[in-house]
Structures are given as structure tokens and as C-alpha cells.
Design a protein around this ligand. Sequence first.
Ligand SMILES: Cc1cc2nc3c(=O)[nH]c(=O)nc-3n(C[C@H](O)[C@H](O)[C@H](O)COP(=O)(O)OP(=O)(O)OC[C@H]3O[C@@H](n4cnc5c(N)ncnc54)[C@H](O)[C@@H]3O)c2cc1C
Length: 355
Amino acid sequence: MLTIHTNHQLKPLNTMGIDGTVTTLAEWSDAADLHQLFKNSEMGLESNPSFKAIGQGSNILFTDYKVDKLLLRCVNESIEIVDEDETGVTLTVHAGCQLDRLVDYCCYQGWWGIENLSLIPGTIGGATVQNVGAYGTEWGDVVVEVKCYDTDIDRVVTIPRSDMAYGYRDSALKHRPLNSRFIVVSTTVRLSKIASPILTYGGLSVLFAGRESELTPVDLREEIIKTRRSKLPDVAITGSAGSFFKNPIVSAQDLDVVLSNAHRHGIDTSSMPVHGIVLPDGSAAVKLSAAWLIDKSGWKGYRRWNVGTWPGQPLVLVNITGYASGIEVIALASDIIADVKEKWGIELSPEVEYL
Ligand SMILES: Cc1cc2nc3c(=O)[nH]c(=O)nc-3n(C[C@H](O)[C@H](O)[C@H](O)COP(=O)(O)OP(=O)(O)OC[C@H]3O[C@@H](n4cnc5c(N)ncnc54)[C@H](O)[C@@H]3O)c2cc1C
């Protein structure tokens, strides 16, 4: 069913809790609603192509008090089993389903593949575009195909995983021309019935040492939820958009420059986390921890008016009072970027999308 709201309040549409109004919010369930919205001239939308699909707004920063846009939010939360055999299960999940609802359901069925994504806010639409990741797992790892409504040709198209160009917090749907044309309707994923825990990150291998063969997806989910709750703010209480910046990736040569910059500023780098990775072109690089760089630059637990960094995780910018404006958050983010650049020679880039 299609529901149109005019001059809708922004605050319930973003986890950062930025307030204001949006000109139009359309809540939709399926492609027929999108057809009605875009192709029915009575809706008057053919002349207003400035739309933006949103999920829970957990990776978005509204920068203005008045957003002159058509926001589209999927309210279809259905999960459908489309294939199952002794090795695994294939599910089609609609864009409006909360990722954590799906993770919870699959873990309790004993299906492996997304347990490490426990407690990440947002919807399947958002996860599919963002390629969300945590504890060594990315959403794109389990995606089989994505169904999108193409606003140009008024038809649902199927994108196989191989065409999604998944990378670190990245996909083809994040970029032009697809981001201004395609709306995710549903995503099909394949999960495994064969135990395949990923314990490479966050101390999980130490915690579960010797018990690897007995582990269930629920064991991992429960542990990850415990850890995340101890580190991250609860968005129902304190507004945030999660990690505000991406972890920087640098070449091995650039790492030497980064270290000598830090030493010039008297910063001890002996405990600096450095994670070796292989880039899609096959070259070697290192992923650094943006949280560690921000912490060592002195921003952990910083507060200025309504905004600050979360004391348990400085990568998370928070709306401390609940009254922050988008401009205040941007000002703090810009100061952190400039300071980290000055001390380390690294330019942090926001993971959060400014709207
Ligand atoms: C406390 C907290 C912790 C977090 N932890 C993590 C983490 O561990 N790992 C991680 O990767 N992220 C994390 N995030 C970020 C966030 O949860 C993810 O980016 C999430 O996928 C965003 O989903 P959403 O539904 O809120 O999307 P939104 O923020 O609403 O939108 C994000 C992007 O997806 C697009 N989009 C959304 N739905 C659709 C659709 N149906 N069709 C087309 N485009 C669409 C939007 O246009 C936008 O570009 C965290 C956020 C918070 C607040």
C-alpha cells in the first residue's frame, strides 16, 4: 500500500535524531506502489524526480532543517524461503525488513552466514546498498541477487551479485547513475546449514578457543550483541549514525609516512592496529583503525554543545542532547578530519551520507 505524507517530521526518519521536516515522505510496499508513484500523473511526481530512498536513516545525516525532497521508505518486512536443501537455504527478503530481525531469525534456525552482523541497525535496503560489515563478515558475502525498481523504465530488474561491485561499505547502487535511478525492492541471500563460524575479528577466536566445533550461530550472535552494547550507544537513547568515518586504507609505503608524521607529533604508535588486506586489483595494502587514530588525536569523549564523540567508541559522533543540528555534526566532523590530517597525514572520509 502506498501512503503519502507531506511536511513529515525528520526526527523519526534518522537514528542521529536530527529534527526538521521533509516535503514528502512516501511509504511503499511493492513495485506496483512505485509504479503508481512515479507513473501516475495524478500524483504529480513525474515533474519531481528529486527522490531519495531511505531505510531506517542509520547511515544518513540530514544537513538542513528543511529537506526539499521526496523520501521513499519501504514498509514491506517480509522474509520468504525460496529454496532449501541439506546444505543451505535461499531467502528473499524485502527492503523494509530490519537486518537484525533477519539475523535473529536465521541464527535461531541454525543458518550460518550473517550472525556476525548482529545488532547492526538499518534495513535490508540499506544493507544491500551499503554492504554493511562487522567482525569479518560483509552482507555482500551472502547476496545472490537484488531486485530493484528502475524508475527510468518503470520495471523491476534483477542484478546478480557479480554486477553489484561490492567493496568495503560500497556497491554499484551507491554511485551514479544507479543511485538516482534504482530502488531496492528485495534481496535474495544464500545461507549455509554447515557450521562456518568466522572468528577472525574482535577477539572471538580467543573467546571461543577450543569450542569451535560446538558453536552455534546463536552463540556468536549473543557474544557480539554483548560486545556491541558495551561499546556503542543505544540509538533509542542517544542519537548516532554508527561509525562516522571509514577505516582508511593506505599502501605499505604510505604507512611509513603516517608513522613518521605521528612520531613528529610525539604520538606513541607501538599499539597501532594495522590489518593487511588485498585490494580488488590484487595489490597489498593496510587497513588502519579510524577509531584508534581519532582516539590518539585526543578526541575520545570530546563534547561541544549538543554534539560529541562517544566515550566508548570515538568513531561514533553523537547527538548528546537530542537537539543537535546537521550543521553542528558536520562542523565537528570537519574539525576531526582536519586534526587527523595534520597529525597523521591521513584524510578520513565520512561513511555517513550527507543529505
Ligand atoms: C549504532 C550504529 C551502529 C552501526 N554499526 C554498523 C556496523 O557495524 N557496520 C556497518 O556496516 N554499518 C553500521 N552502521 C551503519 C548503518 O547501520 C548501515 O549503514 C545500514 O545499512 C543503514 O541502513 P538503513 O536502512 O538505515 O539505510 P539508510 O541510512 O536509510 O540509507 C543508507 C543508504 O542506503 C540507501 N537505501 C536505503 N534503502 C534503500 C532502498 N530500498 N533502495 C535504494 N537505496 C536505499 C539510501 O539511499 C542511502 O544511500 C551502524 C549505525 C548505527 C546507528
